[in-house]
Ligand binder design. Structure first.
Ligand code: NAD
Ligand code: MG
Length: 379
């Protein structure tokens, strides 16, 4: 018994490899307590200094632990904290982070450590990509969304007044350390939002994983071993897609399942997190993508119902009527979907599904068809 227990405890936390070419291969390590391994990992990477980029909330919770880990490993380090929230993916915070890293004398052989959610990951990653034409960076994601999605795949960037994520670079991390215990302090709402992306992986291409989620979702929320398993499964799925299609010339677009509708809802609610966070938009978007697929005769109504039921059980919205303050009318939604008023008569590309785990890229969907569907949904 005891031997079994120790061998279990000595087991490596799970590890997912992202086998990118050109020396850009990296590992994703997943497990509770990994935040304290940042220092040893950074030392193994040969860095002498590390610039921690985080937000003020995460700095208060985990900043000193990460600093202590780096200093114990003999690295010089400093912390740059931006205000929490999407507004920090801005030119002004980008400048502040880059200048902060320069004043810390972070050089090409050193590391930028992105400690936080997707906002910090995108901002720190883009800063690392730009600083001295590219310094190495490590992702230490602390939201469920960041652990299963944004920390993997190398997309980094900030927002412009012209739109979200319009200024950016592909810059792969050197390592991802997903400490699943950090999610214990995440709000229920952020947890649910990240869970929409977890369920998404099952819906895209893995019916068995979706079924597993239906049975095990509560353990993901409560921090049982299911949480680590789910994060690992999602990272494995994303790593596969990214390795096959790093720059989104094809398959990577499937990761946008539910996002065409979701992004439109975020735009219509003014990116106001008090009304709608990204994952909530995605949850409604996933339910809509399946109901739309059913309406087009591509998938069964039963599957569409199963998707919405599961998301609702996990506490996520699944209908346009649930958008606080309203989702607008079909034309406003269509315009927001295409960011172009002329698309009303045109065609759109959607990610649709033949069933759970059977998504596909569907170009040439007539706007009139989408409009009729939205009208029915809003009735
Ligand atoms: P976020 O980074 O704003 O984090 C959400 C909130 O949780 C913040 O207030 C943060 O301070 C707080 N927080 C973070 N970790 C915490 C913890 N452990 N305990 C308590 N509070 C914590 O939001 P997010 O949902 O993680 O990321 C959204 C961003 O990710 C968007 O900007 C989106 O564009 C981006 N994104 C990028 C990619 C990509 O491939 N690069 C993919 C998906 C999303
Ligand atoms: Mg998303």
């Amino acid at each position: 018994q005891i031997q079994h227990l120790t061998s279990f405890m000595k087991q490596q936390p799970s590890r997912v490899n992202v086998p990118l070419s050109g020396g850009r291969e990296y590992d994703i390590r997943i497990g509770r307590g990994l935040i304290d391994a940042v220092g040893a990992e950074a030392r193994d990477l040969g860095a002498r200094a590390a610039g921690i980029v985080t937000d003020e909330t995460v700095a208060g919770l985990y900043g000193e632990r990460v600093r202590a880990s780096l200093e114990a490993a003999g690295l010089r380090c400093g912390i740059i904290a931006v205000p929490p929230g999407e507004a920090s993916k801005s030119y002004s915070q980008f400048a502040r982070v880059c200048d902060g890293l320069l004043s810390q004398k972070i050089e090409r052989g050193d590391l930028v450590v992105a400690l936080g959610g997707g906002v910090v990951g995108d901002l720190a990653g883009f800063s690392a990509a730009s600083l001295r034409r590219g310094v190495r960076f490590v992702q230490v994601p602390t939201t469920l969304l960041a652990q299963v999605d944004s920390s993997v795949g190398g997309k980094t960037g900030i927002n412009s007044p012209h739109g979200k994520n319009l200024i950016g670079a592909f810059h792969q991390p050197r390592l991802v350390l997903a400490d699943t215990a950090t999610l214990d302090t995440l709000s229920e709402r952020e947890m649910r939002a990240g869970y929409a992306e977890v369920a998404k992986y099952g819906l895209i291409g893995d019916a068995d994983f979706f079924e597993w989620c239906e049975a095990n979702w509560a353990g993901i929320f409560s921090g049982g071993p299911e949480r680590d398993e789910a994060v690992a499964a999602c990272c494995r799925a994303k790593a596969g897609v990214v390795t096959r299609d790093e720059r989104e010339d094809g398959e990577r677009a499937l990761l946008n399942l539910g996002h065409t509708f979701g992004h439109a809802l975020e735009r219509l609610t003014g990116y106001d997190a008090a009304r709608l966070v990204h994952g909530e938009g995605v949850a409604i978007g996933l339910a809509l993508a399946f109901r739309f697929s059913a309406r087009l005769g591509l998938c069964s109504g039963q599957d569409a119902g199963r998707v919405a039921n599961h998301l609702a059980l996990a506490g996520l919205p699944t209908r346009l009527q649930q958008v606080p303050g309203g989702a607008g009318d079909p034309d406003a939604l269509l315009d927001a979907m295409a960011q172009d008023k002329k698309v009303r008569d045109g065609q759109l590309t959607f990610i649709l599904a033949h069933g759970i785990g059977q998504s596909f890229i569907a170009p040439g969907i007539a706007a009139a068809e989408v409009r009729a569907f939205l009208e029915e949904e809003l009735r």
